[in-house]
Design a protein around this ligand. Structure first.
Ligand code: A3D
Length: 320
């Protein structure tokens, strides 16, 4: 069986990390694409030269021509500009919407059968623009945000409870942004819901609230430390988990920005919800019951995504 082909659109901080992880996990051959000529070729060669040391077999190429992504099985998109301190994810909208349009057309022409994962911010809107421009079925275009947000939540919880990250499951719904909804009720330590652990005195409600807020601000915390860009190691790991679930038909249940057709009362928008990812792409949207408070947080998050889609539509019509 021939190796799978993974195309990475954008060879910046996340793109380079994706390329290395795809090799180490032997997910397939890798093509790095970027508009800056030389960078994708340089990173491809550098990582290929690490392969004898790390002991993985994968072919690496770098390109500035979309032809190179021809026939890709998975496309991961990070093209665009990241945040700088003081910027919100939404400040990136005008520039990155144009980039998504170009990338979508490239995918449509050369990799129309691919499973596409978008990482570019503002995520819930960019994945929408990318799907529209590519014309690919909605269940084969998803956004990565929830895996990262819940990984941050899991890490903070593991630190608080002094347990392995592996035994912490966490649930995050909604848009990737300040309105994300970390769901405490559905997050557990080895199956024990967090509210029960508060009752048992493992932590306090105040501490838990702080962790929820730190999760919401997780991206900004890294941006403020780095000062030159945004997080890239954990975002890359998160997208690779999604790609792996598709390529190996693992059918993992992962929170992703998925296109909703009525689930959670939402139609025609990408919003962060738990989905099953397997060989069929997004095979199922998992619906859970939300209480009044959770539903109101979720609705606020959906309204924020809807507002940004309106901004993009105005930009596309040439209005200010
Ligand atoms: P960066 O290192 O700047 O890489 C972006 C790359 O895109 C650069 O190499 C650019 O040359 C390239 N690029 C720009 N325009 C095009 C184009 N038209 N076609 C192809 N390539 C192009 O950024 P990064 O890798 O740190 O971040 C990439 C994106 O991911 C940004 O929009 C971030 O905001 C976003 N991001 C999202 C998350 C989520 O959880 C959703 C987390 C972290 C970063």
């Amino acid at each position: 069986m021939a190796r799978k082909k993974i195309a990475l659109i954008g060879a910046g901080q996340i793109g380079g990390t994706l390329a290395l992880l795809a090799g180490i996990k032997e997910l397939g051959d890798v093509v790095l694409f970027d508009v800056v000529d030389g960078v994708p070729q340089g990173k491809a060669l550098d990582i290929a030269e690490a392969s004898p040391v790390e002991g993985f077999d994968a072919h690496y190429a770098g390109a500035s021509d979309y032809k190179a992504i021809k026939g890709a099985d998975v496309v991961i998109v990070t093209a665009g500009i990241p945040r700088k301190p003081g910027m919100s994810r939404d400040d990136l909208i005008a520039t990155n919407a144009k980039v998504m349009d170009a990338v979508g057309k490239g995918i449509k022409k050369y990799a129309p059968k691919a499973f596409v994962i978008c990482i570019t911010n503002p995520l819930d809107v960019m994945v929408y623009v990318l799907q529209q421009a590519s014309g690919l079925p909605e269940n084969r275009v998803v956004g990565m945000a929830g895996v990262l947000d819940s990984a941050r939540f899991r890490y903070f919880l593991a630190e608080e409870f002094k347990v392995s990250v592996e035994d912490v499951t966490a649930f995050v719904l909604g848009g990737h942004g300040d309105t994300m909804v970390p769901l405490v009720r559905y997050s557990t330590i080895a199956g024990i819901p967090l509210p029960d652990l508060v009752k048992k005195g493992w932590t306090t409600q105040a501490k838990l609230d702080q962790i929820v807020q730190r999760t919401r601000d997780g991206g900004a915390e890294i941006v403020n430390l780095l000062k030159t860009g945004s997080a890239f190691y954990a975002p890359a790991s998160s997208a690779i988990a999604m790609a792996e679930s598709y390529l190996k038909d693992k059918k993992r249940v992962l929170p992703c920005a998925a296109y909703l057709t009525g689930q959670y009362g939402v139609k025609g928008l990408y919003v962060g919800v738990p989905v099953v990812i397997g060989a069929g792409g997004v095979e199922r949207v998992v619906e859970i019951d939300l209480n009044k408070a959770e539903k109101s947080m979720f609705d606020k998050s959906v309204a924020a995504v809807r507002g940004l889609i309106d901004v993009v539509r105005k930009l596309q019509r040439g209005e200010k």
